[in-house]
Ligand binder design. Structure first.
Ligand SMILES: Nc1nc2c(ncn2[C@@H]2O[C@H](COP(=O)(O)OP(=O)(O)OP(=O)(O)O)[C@@H](O)[C@H]2O)c(=O)[nH]1
Ligand SMILES: [Mg+2]
Length: 573
């Protein structure tokens, strides 16, 4: 028993030391004293101290809402990542001949190679972060197995299914498609030949020209001498794609996966398998001693970005009590601390709203029943956050992505109306800066952009004339020109203006003294905004103000928070 305990203590020590340094740097004198106090909460006997006055003490387990410093888990969050994907290449065809007693020179019986594995994508409910995908970095589908003798075909390569959260946007950064490149090469060769013919080069001369064997395209019979092939005329080998490749979205890929998908969507099909030697048998050459190699798989470099973070985003100053509020509403284990910037990355919690029998209580817009919504706890906003102060722009971007904004105002910390206006000011400034950014190159080329709607039954448009070698070559030429120069950073996602989003206020720490007057003033102001007698705090005349209200809560005691799910469900509708 002794050794594991020792280990635990060792691992916690540096953390405690670091926290103390933070607290001394960031906290005012009055709050500093609270840090050792909150650390003391870890012992059972001290835990209920601050709650002595609360009538709920006995009935509720409040330790979840005012956790000890040890009681937190690190939530790894990533809302952006770039992943390189390789579809599997096809297996090679086999060169083999029937060998049987009394059959001297058996016919060709090499099997075809198996096709390479494809890469599929699907949105699933319950995922909130891209960190798992980001950690993989490179994703490779399986290669098809080579064909074998006795006409045995090779096995297909394994497919890869990538699961992403709903609201992921996928954009293509780079593509390397061996089939398209081979087509382009053939096209160039064809054009050169045409040019030569028009210049009057005689056919006889050209026909005699020596063409080296393309070992990247052909498999030769292992027992044969290379010189045996000098006189062999290899057939023209068109690069092939699997039939399923017709279901790939148009290049360059731009997908906005904003709904749950029942079926996966193909991003890149694997390369077609090579053909066995029977495929090349002709009347003149009954026993071809070559087979074709499998086609290479497409390489895609894709940028993933989470567009919609959560249904509700908590916006507030550092230390306002956002994380405590999230804990009181959900099972989240987000970290709480009486100092600023406790939360360093968004945490998402899910609130289940049902009749305790699993049946949803509310029906939302698209007539789809919902029994849950998600809340994102975002790091606190400081003044001039839009100028990258505090924890920077990144978190304003997260606010941008929540459907509903919940402004968390600490009633014990100054005038809440002024606080609310400051928060709106930061959002407005951020939006202004974002919208004034110069447009990036990809925005000027919208022709490759498709709106993928997973609920529609139709397939995405197919690449036109993909099977015709000349047209395909031209296409691939275009692709190549586009990717000659790297696209660089992609343009930001287009979001609806922040001031048009539904919002409400959570007035927290209402259990503290002298907060009633503050709440009253806040509620008066919000009523005035709703009636139109006061300006919308964002300063926009067309700001959303259909039902602006403030919910007084004491998140730490879990009081008043039950009104929030009802309000959110109303707003979601
Ligand atoms: N009295 C009282 N204290 C609260 C309440 N809600 C939160 N607190 C305290 O306020 C402090 C800050 O709470 P957090 O939830 O970490 O605040 P935050 O807004 O997430 O802070 P950052 O993550 O730094 O942005 C903690 O010490 C909480 O215990 C409340 O309703 N009443
Ligand atoms: Mg927090």
């Amino acid at each position: 028993m002794a050794s594991p305990r020792g280990c635990q203590l060792l691992s916690l020590r540096p953390l405690g030391a670091r926290r103390l340094v933070y607290s001394q740097l960031l906290l005012p004198q009055t709050l500093r004293a609270a840090v050792p106090w909150s650390r003391r909460q870890s012992t059972q006997s001290d835990a209920p101290r601050f709650n002595n006055t609360s009538p709920h003490n006995d009935s509720q387990d409040l330790s979840h809402l005012n956790p000890s410093p040890e009681d937190y888990s690190r939530f790894i969050f990533q809302d952006k990542c770039s992943v390189t994907m390789y579809a599997g290449s096809g297996g090679h065809g086999c060169v083999s001949f029937l060998r049987e007693k009394y059959i001297e020179e058996g016919p060709a019986n090499g099997g075809d190679g198996g096709s390479g594995g494809g890469i599929y994508i699907q949105t699933v409910e319950g995922l909130t972060s891209l960190h798992k995908l980001a950690r993989r970095g490179v994703v490779k589908a399986g290669r098809g197995k080579n064909g074998q003798g006795k006409s045995r075909g090779g096995l297909r390569g394994d497919d890869i299914l990538i699961q992403v959260p709903i609201g992921t946007v996928i954009r293509e950064i780079e593509r390397h498609d061996p089939v398209a490149e081979e087509n382009a090469r053939r096209r160039r060769a064809y054009l050169e030949q045409q040019a030569q013919e028009s210049e009057g080069v005689e056919e006889g001369e050209e026909g005699a020209a020596f063409t080296p064997i393309r070992h990247d395209r052909w498999v030769l019979y292992p027992g044969a001498n290379p010189s045996d092939f000098l006189t062999v005329k290899f057939p023209r080998l068109k690069p092939r794609r699997q039939a399923i490749a017709a279901m790939e979205p148009k290049a360059p890929i731009y997908l906005d996966l904003s709904e749950r998908m029942d079926k996966p969507l193909l991003l890149a099909a694997g390369g077609a398998g090579g053909l066995g030697n029977p495929a090349f048998a002709t009347r003149d050459m009954g026993r071809p001693r070559f087979a074709s190699r499998g086609e290479g798989g497409t390489m895609l470099q894709l940028d993933f970005e989470l567009k919609l973070l959560a249904d509700v985003g908590l916006v507030g100053k550092p230390n306002a009590g956002k994380s405590t509020l999230l804990r009181s509403l959900t099972n989240s284990r987000t970290r709480i601390g009486n100092w600023e910037f406790t939360t360093l990355s968004p945490h998402i919690g899910t609130v289940i709203v049902d009749d305790h029998k699993g049946r949803p209580m509310v029906e939302s817009k698209g007539k789809v029943h919902r029994n849950n919504f998600t809340i994102a706890d975002i790091p606190g906003l400081v003044e001039d956050a839009h100028l990258d102060r505090g924890l920077g722009h990144g978190f304003l971007r997260h606010i941008d992505r929540a459907g509903i904004l919940a402004f968390v105002l600490d009633l014990s910390a100054g005038d809440p109306v002024q606080e609310l206006k400051k928060l709106w000011h930061e959002l407005g400034e951020y939006e202004r800066l974002r919208d004034n950014e110069p447009p990036k190159p990809l925005e000027e080329e919208p022709e490759g952009v498709i709106d993928w709607n997973p609920s529609s039954t139709g397939l995405p448009e197919l690449e036109e004339g993909r099977n015709s070698p000349l047209e395909t070559a031209a296409d691939s030429h275009a692709i190549h020109h586009q990717f000659d120069k790297p696209i660089g950073s992609l343009p930001p996602l287009a979001m609806p203006p922040v001031h048009t989003k539904p919002w409400f206020v959570v007035a927290t720490k209402a259990d503290l003294e002298h907060t009633q007057e503050q709440y009253r003033a806040l509620q008066e102001y919000l009523s005035a905004v709703q009636n139109g007698t006061a300006d919308h705090p964002s300063g926009h005349a067309d700001g959303w103000k259909q039902k602006v209200t403030a919910v007084p809560v004491s998140a730490m005691r879990g009081e008043g928070v039950s009104r929030i799910p009802k309000l959110v469900m109303e707003l979601l509708n």
